[in-house]
Design a protein around this ligand. Structure first.
Ligand code: GDP
Length: 296
């Protein structure tokens, strides 16, 4: 991910830093090129516009043009602005609530929700030493509940026993009470998806939210779907309300636009990234490190 964007920006910055002096029109020209590179990387248009406007005004407004190394200063401004666009500080899952802390995962079918549920459960068990119960509220896809059970067994995480024919909201309530009775610290609720956003999905998510009152609602979105992932995030955020994002398939060969736009469009942090199919392929999303990776 980010390879093409990184190369494009690298060559724009090479040109800038090689010059001794920069005029305002040099900066404007460089910003036009940055703008084009971001659009081609699938970054949402509004985000691109606001990004380049901010960089341009800082670059022209500061003493950049008259400084000894103007190109390097522009590169630093771009870096700072990119870190800001990505959310500035790394944010982790918030467990600061009475146990069992309910965490709900939402997202389209195939985005990686079930896998991510098991990955996060594993992480909270290993790193935070929490006792985690996972439950699948997906009654749509025939084998969804069994899939989570198998993943739970692989990960050494307890899953809520399956009761055939139970509705999602009732499974949610049962998960909460089982977590309470079993002395769990965290209860994770994996939910159903659809191939596209639709009203019945949103209504189901809103109802689960109302009845289980999750402390975190994490949207799981596929980074490879680019702009589409951003639209999905906007819909879930507007309709259900999310507290954070987990971006999956960041190990894939995507252009990176979703990763770069999500925070700005939803104003919700990307908390974790999935970087492979294995249960340990989950990393913290650190804006400074990601910006460093893109800007070299
Ligand atoms: P769900 O329908 O949203 O529950 O999606 P699943 O959890 O079943 O995931 C669908 C497929 O994506 C599975 O084959 C996963 O192994 C795969 N997957 C999930 N996360 C990642 C990731 O971060 N990287 C890669 N390469 N594959 C992933």
């Amino acid at each position: 991910m980010f390879d093409t964007l990184s190369e494009r920006l690298g060559s724009i910055f090479d040109k800038l830093t090689k010059r001794g002096a920069l005029s305002e029109s040099d900066v404007n020209e460089a910003m036009r090129e940055v703008r084009r590179a971001l659009i081609e990387a699938d970054v949402a248009l509004d985000v691109v516009r606001s990004f380049t406007d901010k960089v341009r005004s800082r670059a022209v407004g500061q003493e950049v043009i008259r400084s000894v190394t103007p190109g390097q200063m522009v590169v630093k401004i771009v870096n700072d602005q990119m870190v800001e666009m990505l959310g500035s500080d790394a944010e982790t899952i918030d467990l600061n609530a009475a146990a069992p802390v309910p965490i709900m995962l939402v997202g389209l079918q195939g985005s990686g929700k079930t896998t991510t549920t098991a990955k996060i459960a594993r992480r909270l068990t290993d790193r935070e030493k929490r006792k985690v119960l996972i439950a699948s509220l997906d009654t749509r896809r025939p084998a969804a509940q069994e899939q989570l059970k198998i993943l739970g067994e692989q990960a050494g995480i307890d899953t809520l026993p399956i009761v055939a024919g139970q509705m999602p909201v009732d499974i949610g309530k049962r998960a909460l009470s089982a977590a309470r009775l079993g002395g769990y610290d965290v209860v994770m609720l994996d939910t159903a998806g659809r191939t596209h956003i639709d009203e019945s999905l949103m209504a189901e998510m809103a109802e689960i939210r109302r009845t289980t009152n999750p402390h975190e609602i994490l949207l799981v979105a596929d980074a490879l779907t680019g702009q589409d992932a951003v639209n999905v995030a906007k819909s879930f955020n507007d309709r259900v309300g999310i507290t954070g994002i987990v971006l999956t398939r960041v190990d894939g060969d995507g252009r990176g636009g979703a990763a770069l736009s999500m925070r700005a469009v939803t104003e919700k942090p990307i908390k974790l990234i999935g970087v492979g199919e294995r249960l340990d392929a989950l990393e913290e999303f650190d804006p400074k490190r990601i910006a460093g990776r893109i800007l070299g």
